[in-house]
Ligand binder design. Structure first.
Ligand code: PLP
Length: 369
């Protein structure tokens, strides 16, 4: 059986250094803050290209803290509208709601499966203040039209980099394409901790200061609280695990691009639509998402041949029960993706022969047998 994901196998790649790193933290006696956190900030500055990095408890907190930080900094206020891609993971929406703002969903583009930059302007109202671009499945979502809209409507551009760590557009890293960015180190992400973790990256010193306080009980110094903040920290053990992986971020991305290149070269089936391929690191293939009108049959066929698959996501964020049908409008592509997407295994638990085997089985699938 080829598993969709095998985190034990992925983490075994880092042994014995991983166990040593954890043991070092255990023996240091310093479990919140300390050297691993300093190293984390420095590594993440390199990976994101941003001047300031604030570690957080998870990716959702990172996104929420950016939005709340802008409120405390006077750049957003309750009720402001934030544009989000309709087909993102629900966390992007949850962050907007948690910050007391209103998400306005924009449909996806059929080719990139990212936000449709051509559909953004018609969603802008006089209350629109920000846009969260999500580099979904690891593919950079950026376009000259975004820069124009940002200027024309004075929008804050926030990047959700939870799936795209290490991705670059030309030589600019995701994390410094907009005003502020959020990262996640949830165990299944390209750089995974052994628990939860996240980070904010930004080159805006004022925002960075506010978020650093907000994430630490709203304090600017010990026992002095200037905001009604939260407790959202990355602990030293998680930082030690993540640091080890951040040191080889380019290898992590390269291995994923290599597997995607194999799929791109070998998969050839009229019933299966492959994602756009690029080998310039503008896509770090967090997921390799193919589409087929015969999803159930296809997934069953693969499973019968010992291949697990997944769906990201079979119910779009806008159609989740928590949205209570509030998103009406033109979400044709988002819904088409939700009803046709299938994620093939792409993680570091696979070797080349397994990728070849997966491609062979995909090619054998026929919808009308
Ligand atoms: C995983 C993810 C998040 C949230 O990260 P957590 O660390 O799980 O809170 C946010 N946005 C996207 C697109 C994600 O994939």
């Amino acid at each position: 059986m080829i598993k969709f994901l095998d985190l034990k196998k992925v983490n075994d790649l880092y042994e014995p250094r991983l166990s040593h790193a954890i043991k070092r933290v255990v023996e240091s006696g310093r479990y919140v803050g300390g050297g691993e956190l300093e190293r984390f900030e420095s590594l993440m500055k390199g990976v994101s290209g941003a001047d300031y990095v604030i570690p957080t408890g998870n990716g959702l907190d990172a996104l929420t803290l950016i939005l709340e930080g802008y409120k405390f900094a006077g750049k957003l206020k309750t009720g402001d509208e934030v544009i989000v891609p309709a087909n993102t993971y629900i966390a992007t929406f949850l962050a907007v709601w948690r910050a007391g703002l209103t998400p306005v969903a924009v449909d996806a583009d059929r080719l990139t499966m990212n936000i449709d930059f051509g559909k953004i302007e018609s969603a802008v109202t006089e209350r629109t203040r920000a846009i969260i671009i999500v580099h979904l499945y690891g593919k950079i979502a950026f376009d000259s039209r975004l820069a124009e809209l940002k200027k024309k409507y004075s929008l804050l551009v926030i990047e959700d980099c939870a799936q795209s760590i290490g991705a670059k557009l030309n030589s600019v890293s995701c994390g410094s394409l907009g005003n502020a960015s959020a990262f996640s180190f949830y165990p299944t992400k390209n750089v995974g901790a052994m628990g939860d973790g996240g980070a904010v990256a930004t080159s805006d010193v004022e925002l960075a200061d506010v978020i650093r306080s907000l994430s630490n009980y709203g304090s600017d110094r010990r026992y002095h609280n200037i905001y009604k903040g939260v407790n959202s920290r990355l602990d030293a053990i998680q930082a030690a695990v993540v640091n080890l992986k951040l040191e080889s971020i380019d290898e992590i991305s390269s291995r994923r691009v290599c597997r995607a290149a194999l799929y791109e070269r070998l998969i050839d089936n009229d019933d299966i639509v492959k994602p756009m391929f690029s080998d310039d690191f503008s896509n770090v293939y967090h997921q390799y998402v193919v589409r087929t009108r015969h999803r159930d049959l296809f997934r069953e066929f693969l499973l019968k041949h010992g291949i697990e698959t997944d769906c990201h996501y079979d119910v779009a964020a806008i159609d989740q029960p928590c949205c209570s049908g509030e998103f009406i409008g033109d979400y044709e592509v988002t819904r088409e993706i939700a009803s046709t997407c299938v994620s093939l295994p792409i993680g570091d638990h696979l070797d080349e022969s397994q990728c070849r085997m997966i491609a062979e089985v995909v090619n054998k699938f026929k919808a009308n047998r």
